[in-house]
Write a protein that binds this ligand. Structure first.
Ligand SMILES: [Ca+2]
Ligand SMILES: [Ca+2]
Length: 465
């Protein structure tokens, strides 16, 4: 609804108010001057924007029962809306909470009037006049001398942003003192109550706890939400959302959205758990990915009149580590850096480094596939090196050596490979633990050194290597 439309709607509301209700001459006889409804400011519409009808004249009770006498004193009353400190709010625009109906009463004559009681009734605009109004407590004035004024304060509390109407009268109840007239004893005041919500993201977690996952994976993000502020009522045109944003490994994008529900928007709400489904795109860059839960990303809570003041607590992030599930990564702790004394050893099995620190036996894993293990033997840069097509993996479950028939990248001669030999291990006797961190792998290479074949057996892992 545009601002123009809002103003128009307010105008229509006011016209309807005056025609349909309190200005009608047949309105409670004796109270024809209650049309004190004033809009000193161009107030925005309530939230929701459905403008409630004012109480119809037939719904307003006759509160003044005093008889009249030409020689009696006279009370005249005006109804105002008062803030929690009992100060009148002249804009008819107050925050929800503890408020007062003020009945400003003046003795318009010079004669004193004896004890009398004032009464006020609250009509909730959200109820559209269909439910019973709230009868506020009566207040007794011990008496009022001629020309004197007093204000009675009738407390009430509203929790929901809305329009409300107060209707109050002076000199109500039983055995009221007589007055010159009673037509000036009542008044009404419509006001708007606004709220200041403070939605807060309390916590963010990954369901199951794992924060390291392959690109392409889908995780469930669990968040708790709270509202430390006033009630907020989501109307038909106020669709507040909470989103899960993904950033870091991909350009910032919204991964999932839920609609903010009333249970979150109630004052004092907390621990309201919501879940989001977040998929890491397969094209995500391996590294850190951030999931940020954002309450009200579209800033609906910043619309008047019920504006959220504290926006600093509307976001909370959790970091994920994203990896390429198909990337080959060395899965043994040994490297040329932490093992520098390897080399030719002749008959025994040695750490798999030649005299130049080059690793001649390798094991590779895939982080995204715990059942993947690739073994390579040889040196692709050395055409004079051959590798043996049988290797071994020591089973963690049995401790036995399991022969592995490797494939050759080049020519084969009597079980030897001219080049690098390799195998993607599929032996089911090698359990998952062995594959992701193989403790002992064995391979053999030979090359001509100083005119003679020299062969070496290599061991990767195991034995503290
Ligand atoms: Ca009067
Ligand atoms: Ca907030």
């Amino acid at each position: 609804m545009s601002l123009y439309q809002q103003k128009e709607a307010v105008g229509i509301f006011l016209i309807a108010f005056f025609i349909g209700g309190l200005f009608l001459p047949e309105y409670v006889s004796g109270c024809t001057d209650v049309a004190v409804v004033e809009f000193a400011v161009d107030v925005p519409l309530a939230d929701p924007v459905t403008v409630p009808p004012p109480p119809s004249s037939s719904d307003l009770p006759r509160l003044v029962t005093a008889g009249t006498s030409g020689s009696a004193p006279n009370l005249s009353a005006t109804v105002v809306i008062e803030k929690s400190n009992k100060d009148e709010d002249t804009n008819q625009y107050v925050r929800v909470g503890d408020l007062y109906c003020g009945i400003k009463t003046t003795n318009t004559t010079s004669a004193s009037i004896s004890s009398f009681s004032n009464k006020c009734i609250l009509y909730d605009g959200l109820k559209a006049g269909n439910d019973s109004p709230v009868i506020l407590s009566s207040k007794t004035v011990s008496g009022l001398s001629g020309g004197a004024k007093t204000t009675t304060h009738h407390s009430f509390n509203v929790k929901n942003p809305s329009y409300y109407t107060l209707y109050g009268c002076a000199n109500t109840g039983t055995n009221p003192p007589k007055e010159t007239k009673t037509s000036d004893n009542c008044g009404a005041r419509t006001f708007q109550a606004y709220g200041i919500p403070d939605v807060r993201v309390q916590s963010v977690a990954i369901q199951g706890g794992g924060t390291s996952l392959p690109a392409g994976a889908t995780v469930t993000v669990v968040t708790d939400l709270a509202n430390d502020g006033d009630n907020f009522i989501a109307g038909k045109n106020r669709k507040m959302t909470v989103s899960a944003e993904l950033s870091g490994c991909v350009p910032v994008r919204t991964a999932d959205v839920i609609e903010m529900s009333d249970d979150i928007l109630s004052s004092g709400a907390s621990g309201k758990t919501k879940t989001f489904t977040v998929t890491i795109p397969p094209v995500a860059t391996p590294g850190t990915c951030t999931v940020t839960i954002v309450a009200d990303p579209k800033e609906e809570l910043l619309q008047s009149p019920n504006k959220e003041a504290n926006r600093g607590n509307n976001r909370m992030a959790i970091a994920l580590r994203v990896f390429d599930p198909n990337a080959l990564v060395p899965c043994n702790a040994i490297t040329s850096e932490n093992w520098v004394s390897g080399g030719w050893s002749g008959l025994g099995y040695a750490p798999p480094f030649d005299g130049n620190g080059k690793q001649l036996l390798n094991a590779f894993c895939k982080e995204g596939d715990p059942n993947f293990l690739r073994i390579t033997v040889g040196d692709s840069d050395n055409p004079m090196m051959i590798s043996y097509l049988t290797g071994y993996v020591k089973s963690k479950t049995t401790g036995g050596f399991l022969p592995q028939a490797l494939s050759c990248s080049g020519a084969v001669n009597q079980g030897w490979c001219q080049g690098v030999s390799s195998i993607d291990v599929s032996d089911t006797a090698i359990n998952t633990t062995t594959k992701t961190n193989p403790t002992e792998i064995y391979g053999t290479t030979c090359e001509v050194v100083n005119g003679a074949w020299q062969c070496s057996g290599w061991r990767l892992g195991g034995g503290g290597l």
